[in-house]
Design a protein around this ligand. Sequence first.
Ligand code: F6P
Length: 323
Amino acid sequence: MKTIAILTSGGDAPGMNAAIRAVTRSALDRNMAVYGIRQGFQGLIDDHMIPLNAREVGGIIQIGGTFLGSARSKEFREDSGRSKALRNLATRGIDGLVVIGGNGSQTGSSMLSNLGFPVVGIASTIDNDLYGTDVTIGCDTAINVTLEAIDHLRTTGSSHTRAFLVETMGRDCGYLAMMAGLAGGAEVISTPEFEVPAVVIAERLRAAYERGKTHAIVVMAEGVKENAAHILAYFEKDRGMIGFELRATTLGHVVRGAPPTAFDRLLATRLGVAAIKSLGEGVSGVLIGEQRGEITRTPLGEIAGKTKPISTDLIELARVLAK
Ligand code: F6P
């Protein structure tokens, strides 16, 4: 393999830059030329590419987001879009592609791979909902940003004897909310997989109030049916039912734009190097992830369209600890 290209696709995630750096430098180390593709699969269709050398990926390891830009391309879902992409790859003499992204992006990788082009995916999304890996680049940082918000809200909550509803991202997956809630000592954690109804949230908050707590935290994943705004409106009807005054904070994209933690930088670096190793060995059509501490290669066809549920052990842990 002589020339490879890299793109970042879907929602950006802290650590994507570290992955671009690792892919580029390890490819250069194997005497491969490298192109960076702007704005994900859309840039591939539009032939929006730049050559990358070691210096161009310098000074980015500590920066969140992706300097190549990202997008969710509708055109790539069409046969005509993918044909254009293949033509551009052929014209530039590119023999391999690395796609850094989450579920939707790796479904795109799988489609291109099915057309016979060598593609390797790198698991990256703050949601950590990707099948074929225990962890994804960006999730640790998003957990830490959510956790910092929880810690701050607990402090102001204590001053005012308030409870806070904290809603974080994660799409249809509750992993981010669950891990931040556990680390933040939340009284209630509500996720799409195990949603806590408003009436049960009320009971738990009331019980915490009666036990003499000066604050309480409810962490909610954005994918729940009854989100923070809904629950706040529900309690408006009967403010006395929970004891505490109640406020809601929706974190949204704040959790996605932070500088990557050491964990995410290191994961991105290891997965980036492993992606080039895989292409160098002639193994493509796989997602590079980490399972039980080991770098793994899972066929893209196995992961497309699947998601990874959060474990029921975590739910039980949250129940036991919320005393
Ligand atoms: O998949 C990452 C993610 O941040 C989800 O947690 C969230 O639901 C979604 O992307 C938001 O997408 P957008 O940035 O397009 O609003």
